[in-house]
Write a protein that binds this ligand. Structure first.
Ligand code: ADP
Length: 192
């Protein structure tokens, strides 16, 4: 079973593209969704996060993700600690997912791949790109946050130009109507 990674900056359209693969019947996995689920439900992870960030980071077993984001945003060491807790758990969950699905390939959406040196875990990697202004507008609309908040997240993410050449497929997500064709073209290469 081939594992195809799907990455890109915030608002580029990763989840939208992942949904199109799902509509084609491909098994899809979102590392970000899975991470959010695990940090709120997995007792071991909850304990490790409380031990590292203080128990007030949870309120009635629900993670205060805004507080956690604030803590790790400007502190690389803390971010590394969080990653060292969450990523192995997501990887384990992904392996369990893999053992339960059929088909020739799966698509795994992950906002960070190269940043954590996990590129070798993928048979192929798709990068979704969009003009920066489109991304900003989409995220403001989707997450109901300010332009400066979006810009802060973008500033914290890897520069697309550093990873473009390392990716196998580039999807330029400008017009949503063309997305389906790009996804179909990639699907044709990986389907059984
Ligand atoms: P990501 O997962 O990369 O953060 P999403 O797929 O969630 O991005 O897209 C961000 C928002 O923009 C979503 O609300 C989505 O519906 C919308 N969107 C994605 N692609 C387009 C597009 N080409 N045109 C208009 N809206 C789009």
């Amino acid at each position: 079973m081939k594992v195809v990674g799907l990455t890109g900056g915030i608002g580029s359209g990763k989840s939208t593209v992942l949904n199109l693969f799902k509509k084609l019947g491909v098994s899809v996995y979102s590392a970000d969704k899975s991470a959010k689920y695990l940090i709120n439900t997995d007792e071991n992870i909850i304990k490790l996060i409380k031990d590292s960030f203080g128990s007030n980071i949870y309120y009635h077993n629900t993670l205060d993700s805004k507080l956690l984001s604030k803590i790790v945003f400007n502190d690389t060491q803390k971010l590394n600690i969080l990653n060292s807790i969450v990523h192995p758990a997501v990887e384990k969950d992904f392996q369990a997912f893999l053992s339960n699905v059929e088909g020739c390939y799966v698509v795994k959406e992950a906002a960070i791949i190269f940043e954590i040196g996990s590129e070798n875990k993928y048979d192929s990697i798709i990068l979704v790109k969009s003009p920066i202004e489109d991304r900003i507008k989409r995220v403001i609309k989707r997450d109901k946050i300010s332009r400066s908040q979006v810009l802060k997240v973008i500033d914290n993410q890897i520069d697309e130009s550093l990873i473009t050449e390392k990716c196998d497929y580039i999807i330029n997500n400008t017009d949503i109507e063309y997305l389906n064709k790009d996804v179909m073209d990639i699907h044709d290469k990986f389907k059984c």
